[in-house]
Each structure stands twice: as C-alpha cells, then as structure tokens.
Design a protein around this ligand. Sequence first.
Ligand code: NAD
Length: 340
Amino acid sequence: MKRVLVTGAGGFIGHHLVSYLKKKSYWVRGADLKYPEYEPTAADDFALLDLRRWEDCLQATDGIDEVYALAADMGGMGFISAHHAEILRNNSLINIHTLDAARENGVKRYLYASSACVYPEYRQTDANVTALKEEDAYPAHPQDAYGWEKLVTERLCTHYLEDYGLETRIVRFHNIFGPLGTWDGGREKAPAALCRKVSLAKHSGSFEIEIWGDGEQTRSFCYIDDCVDGIYRLMRSNHREPLNLGQDRLVTINQLADMVAKIAGIKLARKHIPGPQGVRGRNSDNTRLREVLRWEPQISLEEGLRRTYLWIDSQVRAAERGALKSVPNRSSVGRPVSVS
Ligand code: NAD
C-alpha cells in the first residue's frame, strides 16, 4: 500500500484531500499545526508538527512515498495584503524544509500547491481580463509576497526535479471553495465570507452586506470536489510544468453575492466600502488542463455555492445557538468580503 503525506491536512483543501485519498485506499499521514476544525480526520496517522522546522519535516516525510504539500500561512485578500513579511518568512521555511526533507527521505513524488496569485499584476488590471495561461507568469510581477513565495517554490520544485530526480508536480489553484473551510475569523475567502454574511443578514433581518470596492472585480471559483480530483489526476500524470486548476467562468463579486442571496431566498442590498480588492480581474485559461489531464472541473458554480451555503448556514445557526465553540461576532455581518 502506498504511503502518502498530506501537509496542511488540518486545513480546508488538505482535509478534503485526506478523505479522497483514503477512499482510494492509500495509507495517509496528515501533518499540520492543528487538527481539522469541523470534522475528524480520516488519516491513518495525524502528526501535529510545525513544518517551518527541518526536524519536523524529516519526521513528517519519514517512510513516505508521495507528498502533497499544502501547508501554508494564508487567507483571503485582507490577510494576504497585510502580512507580507510573516507570509514570506513562514511559507519559505515550510516549503524549503518540506521539499528538502522529502529528498533526504527518498520520497518519489511531490505535489506542490501553488496559486493563481503568481500571475503578474500587469496582466490583471481589467475586470474583463484575458484568461491566464501558465506561461503568462513571466516576466514575473505578482501583486503580493504570497505570490512571490509561491513562484520561488515553483522554481525550487523544478530544480529538485532536474538536480535530484524528485518527481515534482506543481498546481496553481484558482479560488477553491466548499464546505468544511474557514468561514469566519478573518482568513476566510470571498465565497465563504459571502455565505456567512448572507446567512447572518437573513437571520438578523438586516438584508444588507458590505463589499470592499465596487464589487465589479472578477474571479473564477472552483468547487472543492473538483479540486481534489484534479490534484490527484495531476499527481498521477507525467506533466512536470505548472498547471492551472480552476474553473474558467468569470463572475464579479456582486454577481457572486447575488447568487448566494438567491440560494438563501432573499433580496440583498450591497453596501460598497473602501478596502483591499486584489487584482481587478483574474481567470484561468484551462486549455492546458484539458490537454494534459483530459478532464476539467465538473461542478457548476451554482451547485457548489448551494452546498457551501447550506453548510455555512448550519454553522452560523449552530454558533448562534451556542452549539459551536467559535461563535461568530454579530458585527461580522458587516465584515467586508475579500478575494485573493
Ligand atoms: P488552509 O489555511 O485551510 O490550510 C493550510 C493549512 O496549513 C492550515 O491548516 C495551517 O494550519 C497549515 N499550516 C500553516 N502553517 C503551518 C506550519 N508551520 N506547519 C504545519 N502546518 C501549517 O488553506 P487551504 O485553502 O486549504 O490551502 C491549501 C494550499 O493551497 C495552500 O498552500 C494555499 O496557499 C494553496 N491555495 C489555496 C487556494 C484556495 O482558494 N483555497 C488558492 C490558491 C492556493
């Protein structure tokens, strides 16, 4: 039985990936600073480790055949645009140490979770943006330290393949969303934040939410089940270059808010306030994804949002009843929506 490590297994994508790999009968070790928050892990072994530390990375990769490297200090636009030094330091340490420990321990395959945030700011100045192809990452000019670190680790993975023969795979996620992800506390991203705010607006009767900027900034959003399926397909493929993984349907944040409100069965007023918005527009060009994997994400935005809203609405109502440890602050009704 193949032994795999998922780092960041206490987080959103890592937790889903562990469940997916268990269904495929892998032996799975999860590693993270914390356990998953919303349901128990399906991992055979779960190690609480700080992967900024070399010794912890050696322990995590011991006896492992394949690594899915998802651990990162990250969040939505509000977090990413306000913690440059912390993000660059922590994520550099995590990625250099995890990759090198994998080499030291003779790991065969290594998938690195990169991001659409590597793409240069100058290609994303228009809401009606041209979808981004993998080669558009250069000449490099990511907007934030988060994107610079992702780009450098992509290079590191490529050189570990060339110099040490470690079979690295690099995936660039475009806004992944779904149930069992962070929905409160400041690190949540636009779809989760909108679901929480719409739920709170509905239950409080305020029917108004705040959005940073004019809400005409655009993104594409990919549902978590497609994400873990795509990760696995890439790991099994022979494709050694970075690959986009996302949907290629562009929507504005205002449209996203209206879709969630429709699912909740309410009409919303949007209050636009100043705040960080990230790049003006970003979309995934999926030409290479289709070529390489002979597959593309299947789940519609409406269906993904419906599943996500139902889960977050149940969390909000449980928190209001005091059934959850973390009770959302009522003032978070008005916390702005961010994208990264
Ligand atoms: P997440 O924040 O839910 O999960 C990341 C996990 O990494 C967290 O559980 C965190 O505790 C863990 N971590 C942080 N520092 C650590 C450390 N020092 N040691 C061990 N664990 C540590 O984020 P996610 O949405 O699941 O993202 C997973 C990966 O995908 C990340 O690398 C992220 O940068 C990348 N990504 C995600 C998206 C998205 O839309 N969610 C988009 C682009 C890229």
